[in-house]
Design a protein around this ligand. Structure first.
Ligand code: PBG
Length: 368
């Protein structure tokens, strides 16, 4: 096919070099016309052979909400198809996930009692600790990861201790209710120890407290849990996409927000700094959260730290908006969810935490 550059529009009076240029253009266009990318999209078999990104059940982590003192599953309105479970029901759900080939669950706890210090978070018989044991009893092969944070356990809904609970007021230069850093670390250490003690293989601190990874690593090592891994929510943004989760886990802050510790959504270079610090403090795996609005950050972290396994959290808001659109008939939610998870993998995530893990595992199985 001739293209416009081959046309006879050049005045004959122009330099002789132009004849040569035209000959070159012609042979280039002949070469280009032999390129037909559609050949490699022609059949499902060929597409499968040249697919660059794989999404497999091996990459999925399934989050579960366990609530103390309930005897029936409690559906979460803002997350269609997701419920709060008792520890025994969580073990059932974990067994189903295992059967589908999902390698790991991530546990969140909702306690019976909340208080200023989040005491139930590190109780030996706390709801997460019970769930870990129940799951390990039922499906020992399934990897158990636990969320290490205080927001579901404190009556004020913040991720640690606030600058008012201690007398005398410890930090006069910090405002009242400022989330205290190092005081919170001590509690995070106790939570991580209690989860490791119950049998969790991986603890996942999610509070964006400075030096949380180093503090937890030290405590675990000192108590003989050298083999317990840390998956750090290294890069966690102050995101509106956590909305449904806060109903799910009853962890909304009663006042204020989390902007003094979670990252500003506008920042990406700072993500590299956060990842570097957590790597140095001994994180075994890194996480970027949320995933869908932060694909560039996932790509950047994978590029800068290729040696560390990288997880991405396809958070509650990302999940619920697809479900809602699917329920309204605007799109095919399962197909869109597959596409989103594939995009997260393509950006560079090794692992994806997703509430859709069971449905996607079934979908992948059906297409295998
Ligand atoms: C904190 C925590 C949150 C999520 C995971 N861990 C909420 C928050 O930081 O406000 C959000 C997960 C989701 O939205 O799916 N423990």
């Amino acid at each position: 096919m001739p293209n416009s550059r081959d046309s006879e529009s050049h005045p004959r009076s122009q330099a002789a070099g132009q004849t040569e240029q035209r000959a070159h253009d012609r042979s280039e266009s002949a070469a280009l016309s032999s390129h037909r990318p559609r050949r490699l999209r022609r059949t499902p078999g060929i597409r499968r052979m040249v697919r660059e990104t794989q999404l497999a059940v091996d990459h999925l982590i399934y989050p579960l909400f366990v609530e103390a003192g309930i005897s029936e599953a409690r559906p979460i309105d803002s997350m269609p198809g997701v419920s709060r479970l008792s520890p025994a029901m969580a073990a059932e759900a974990a067994a189903r996930a295992h059967k589908l080939g999902i390698p790991a669950v991530l546990l969140f706890g909702i306690p019976q009692q909340k208080d200023a210090l989040g005491g139930e978070s590190f109780a030996a018989d706390g709801v997460v600790q019970q769930a870990v044991r129940a799951i390990k009893d039922r499906v020992p092969e399934l990897v158990v990861i636990t969320d290490v944070c205080l927001c579901e356990y404190t009556d004020h809904g913040h991720c640690g201790l606030l600058n008012k609970e201690r007398e005398p007021h410890p930090y006069a230069t910090l405002p009242n209710d400022y989330l205290l850093n190092d005081e919170t670390l001590t509690i995070l250490q106790q939570i991580a120890l209690s989860h490791a003690g119950a049998g969790a293989e991986i603890v996942a601190p999610s509070g964006m407290i400075d030096r949380m990874v180093g503090a937890i690593r030290t405590a675990l090592d000192e108590q003989g849990f050298t083999e317990c891994s840390i998956m750090s929510y290294a890069i966690k943004y102050a995101s509106a996409f956590y909305g449904p989760f806060r109903e799910a886990a009853d962890g909304a802050p009663q006042f204020g927000d989390r902007r003094t510790h979670q990252m500003d959504p506008a920042n990406a270079r700072e993500a590299v700094r956060e990842a570097e610090l957590d790597r140095r403090e001994g994180a075994d795996l890194l996480m970027v959260k949320p995933a869908l609005a932060y694909l560039d950050v996932i790509y950047r972290i994978k590029t800068e730290f290729p040696e560390l396994p990288l997880a991405a959290y396809n958070v509650s808001g990302e999940f619920s908006m697809l479900r809602a659109a699917g329920d309204a008939g605007y799109l095919d939610a399962a197909a869109a969810q597959w596409e989103v998870l594939t995009a997260i993998r393509r950006a560079g995530a090794d692992l994806i935490i997703t509430y859709a893990a069971p449905e996607i595992a079934e979908l992948l199985d059906a297409h295998a």
